[in-house]
Design a protein around this ligand. Structure first.
Ligand code: PGA
Length: 258
C-alpha cells in the first residue's frame, strides 16, 4: 500500500505574514491525517520561516526548484545542499512552468533530478502534455520522453527515492481537470513504463495528479488505483481547501467524519 502524498505548490505567492497564517492553519488541521504525507512547497525566501514553524510537526516542506552542484558562480540560483540545510525533504523538478517559461530542457532537468538526489532530497518529477499534444494523440509519447530522459541519465534505481507528478499542462491553473479516467489512464501508463525498468520500484513509487485538483474533485481522482496523491497549486493557498483535499486522501476515521 502506497502512502498518499498531498503536496501544496505555492508557486510565487505569499508574503511573510500570509505564509505564517497559512502554515499555522495547516499545522492545526494536519494532525488529523496521520496516514498520509503532507508537504508544502513555498518560495525560497520563505523556507527559513517555514522551517521554524514546521519543525517538530508532521508537515514536511520542500522547494520548487534547485540548481546543479553545491555552490559556485551561478548568480540567482540555489543549490540542493542549501535546501537540505533548511530542512527541505522534497524538491519539484520539471514543473511545466519551468519547462516553458524558463526553457528548462530535458538534459538540464535530468541533471537537476540527479542533483536533488545527490543532496539527499527527494525529487518530484513533473511530467505532462499540452492541450495540442493531447489533441494530436501525443500524450504517451510526451510523458515517455520526459521520463526516459531522466531514467537514461540518473538510472532507474534513482526512482526509488523519487515521486512522479502527472500534470496535464492544459489543466494547470485553468479550472479544467482531467477526469479521473483520463488521469488514471496516464498514471497506469507511467507505472507500466516504470515496471518495464524495475518491477519493485513501479509498485512503490508514488504518482501524484496535479492540475486544478480541488476539494470537490479530489476524492474521485484519489480513488483511482494509480493516483497516489496530489500536487495542488491554487487550492493549496487556502488552508481550508488544502486540508479538505488531505481529508479526501486520508482513511483516518476522523477524516471521514469531517
Ligand atoms: P493548480 O496547479 O492546482 O493551480 O492547477 C497545479 C500545479 O501547477 O502544480
Amino acid at each position: 500500500m502506497r502512502k498518499s502524498l498531498i503536496a501544496g505548490n505555492w508557486k510565487m505567492h505569499g508574503s511573510l505574514s500570509q505564509v505564517k497564517s497559512l502554515v499555522d492553519n495547516i499545522k492545526q488541521g494536519a494532525g488529523a491525517y496521520t496516514d498520509i504525507d503532507i508537504l508544502v512547497l513555498p518560495v525560497f525566501v520563505h523556507l527559513a520561516l517555514v522551517h521554524d514553524l514546521l519543525s517538530h510537526t508532521p508537515v514536511m516542506w520542500g522547494a520548487q526548484n534547485l540548481y546543479l552542484g553545491t555552490q559556485g558562480a551561478y548568480t540567482g540560483e540555489v543549490s540542493g545542499p542549501m535546501l537540505k540545510e533548511l530542512g527541505c525533504q522534497y524538491v519539484l523538478i520539471g514543473h511545466s512552468e519551468r519547462r516553458t517559461i524558463f526553457r528548462e530542457d530535458l538534459p538540464l532537468l535530468a541533471a537537476k533530478f540527479k542533483a536533488a538526489l545527490d543532496a539527499g532530497l527527494k525529487p518530484i518529477l513533473c511530467v505532462g502534455e499540452t492541450r495540442a499534444q493531447r489533441e494530436n494523440g501525443e500524450t504517451e509519447a510526451v510523458v515517455r520522453e520526459q521520463l526516459e530522459s531522466v531514467i537514461a541519465f540518473a538510472g532507474i534505481s534513482a526512482f526509488a527515492q523519487a515521486v512522479i507528478a502527472y500534470e496535464p499542462v492544459w489543466a494547470i491553473g485553468t479550472g479544467l481537470t482531467a477526469t479521473p479516467e483520463q488521469a488514471q489512464e496516464v498514471h497506469a501508463y507511467i507505472r507500466d513504463l516504470i515496471t518495464q525498468n524495475n518491477v519493485d520500484i513501479a509498485k512503490t513509487i508514488r504518482i501524484l495528479y496535479g492540475g486544478s485538483m480541488k476539494p470537490d474533485n479530489a476524492a474521485s481522482l484519489l480513488a483511482k488505483p494509480d493516483i497516489d496523491g496530489g500536487l495542488i497549486g491554487g487550492a493549496s493557498l487556502d488552508a481550508g481547501s488544502f486540508l479538505a483535499i488531505c481529508a479526501a486522501a486520508s482513511r483516518e476515521p476522523t477524516a471521514a467524519i469531517k
